[in-house]
Design a binder for this molecule. Structure first.
Ligand SMILES: [Zn+2]
Ligand SMILES: [Zn+2]
Length: 257
């Protein structure tokens, strides 16, 4: 198997044999991003990294992950710098859009109501733009794309890897959709046809497997099955959730080492 930077982690993720190897990679990248900014390398102290975090900020989910990660001072140093810039710009916006000022301008220019709604739209657009990006999401997504590219490279060129994929438990639905989209661009002819056949069989079989696990999980609560074996159903709830929406619902927060 030809080795590139991404091949070994990709093979490891498939060998982990959980419900979706791409969720496995995503989780690893997310943890790497948290370690990077808040871990021992202290990237939050570097001015070039803070320039990026000041520009992008973080999303709600990752603020929570960062808080739970456990480096309060690191979080505070990064936030202080981000907050300062955000607050400076927000103050400008707020003073430019006070109802009194806009109503005065409105009287001169046009009707009050349309001027008010214009400034409201502009401030809400500004907030929407400021809160849509996230440093952790971006770092994770950029590297994830390279893993996807490498996945198709291996699918095309490496029979051993293809075989591992063929015997995997399939993917979560969001990552399956991503793979199907990319397959239409990356593969062609016979290779594409074989891949579609194999991957749809894998998904069909494994969606059924999880359905059976869920069924048995519910049946197991019937008093007649009290002493029966759990089979593979003990963790069926989190696996079914992952299969549908991706991610690891049963994971605890990732903490600083
Ligand atoms: Zn997934
Ligand atoms: Zn994020």
């Amino acid at each position: 198997m030809k080795e590139t930077l991404y091949t070994i982690p990709l093979t490891d993720a498939f060998n982990a044999n959980d419900e979706c190897p791409f969720c496995n990679i995503e989780r690893k990248l997310e943890q790497d991003a948290l370690d990077f900014i808040l871990g021992s390398s202290s990237a939050y102290m570097q001015s070039d990294i803070r320039e990026q975090t000041n520009k992008l900020g973080f999303c709600r989910q990752h603020y929570k992950d960062m808080f739970q990660y456990g480096n309060s001072l690191g979080n505070a140093i990064m936030l202080k710098s981000y907050y300062e810039e955000l607050n400076k710009n927000l103050q400008k916006k707020l003073s430019g859009s006070s109802p009194i000022k806009t109503s005065l301008i409105g009287k001169i220019r046009k009707s009050k109501s349309s001027s008010d709604s214009e400034s409201n739209t502009s401030i809400s657009n500004w907030i929407a733009n400021r809160t849509k990006d996230c440093f952790v999401c971006k770092k994770q997504e950029d590297t994830f794309k390279r893993y996807m590219e490498n996945f198709f490279y291996l699918i095309e060129s490496d029979n051993e890897f293809y075989d591992i994929m063929k015997h995997s438990k399939g993917f979560c639905l969001p990552h399956f959709a991503m793979i199907m989209d990319m397959a239409s661009k990356r593969l062609s002819g016979r290779k594409q046809e074989d891949f579609y056949n194999d991957i749809t069989n894998i998904m069909s079989e494994n969606m059924n497997r999880v359905q059976e696990d869920l069924n048995w999980f519910v049946d197991k609560f019937d008093y007649r099955n009290h002493n029966a074996d759990w089979k593979n159903s003990r963790d069926a709830v989190q696996r079914a959730m992952q299969k549908i929406a991706g991610g690891y619902p049963a994971d605890t927060y990732y903490k600083a080492k």
